[in-house]
Design a binder for this molecule. Sequence first.
Ligand SMILES: [Ca+2]
Ligand SMILES: [Ca+2]
Length: 276
Amino acid sequence: MNKFVFVAASMMGVAMHGHANEDIAQQANYNELGDLLTVSQAQGRFDWLAKCYDGLLVEIWEQMYNTTEIVPKEQKLNQLKALWLTPDKAQYLTFANSDFTNPYGWQAGNSDAQACSTMPPEYVPVALQTTQLTHEYCANKSFDNEWEWIEKVTVEDFVHESLSHDYTAVSGKVITLPAGRTVKMSVTPGNKDPQYPSYVALRVWIDWNQDGQLAANEIVYKSASDAPFQFTFDVPTDAADGVTLMRVASDAGGGSDDACKRTLYGEVEDYLVTIR
Ligand SMILES: [Ca+2]
Ligand SMILES: [Ca+2]
């Protein structure tokens, strides 16, 4: 149980501070933990932890309240729940190893209906995240990301560099888009053999109407090339305020306008976008 004492402190450190280079490197990994929950999933995360890892929640409570009073376990759990979960916004714990890389791809459950699974022994809670998304989006990941992937995405001043994964949810930072603005974007594909870059199809969707669907008419860019992609798109003047999802998909197999159809050779990256 001692590891959790370190945990609550390091978790708060990550959430609040971050000036040293090491913190920046950790922050980059934290952004890719892929743990992006809706409010109801965050509520489910708490219930799952209360079912499977109640001792962990008690440890965190004790770190936070630092009291010698004897408080029943149920009361501790209820206090944490009241602190993290409100009707329209919710916070949830995200787990990884201490360098934030989640090498086993382990995620805590999102519902107490899910069976308990065993956390890898070196894992700790690394972040207390706030839910941003209203909807749960369809999953998509590539069958093969060995030869082609997405290496870098920029939107105006926002930059995200990443390695090769079949799917990446960039959960720790948000792209801001003003309604009515023309926005510059670039996507740099990664290639296993950079001397002979593959010809890949690229698509970018943004859920402008925030209905939880990435419709074909919400494709803001679609092209194919063996060079990095540089383009602009227009943010609709009537785009609703709020946080929504941007999906970027590269596919050397041509891809599909259906954002839910599984990518063949490449990578799918999801980003949070806030419209102002
Ligand atoms: Ca990537
Ligand atoms: Ca939509």
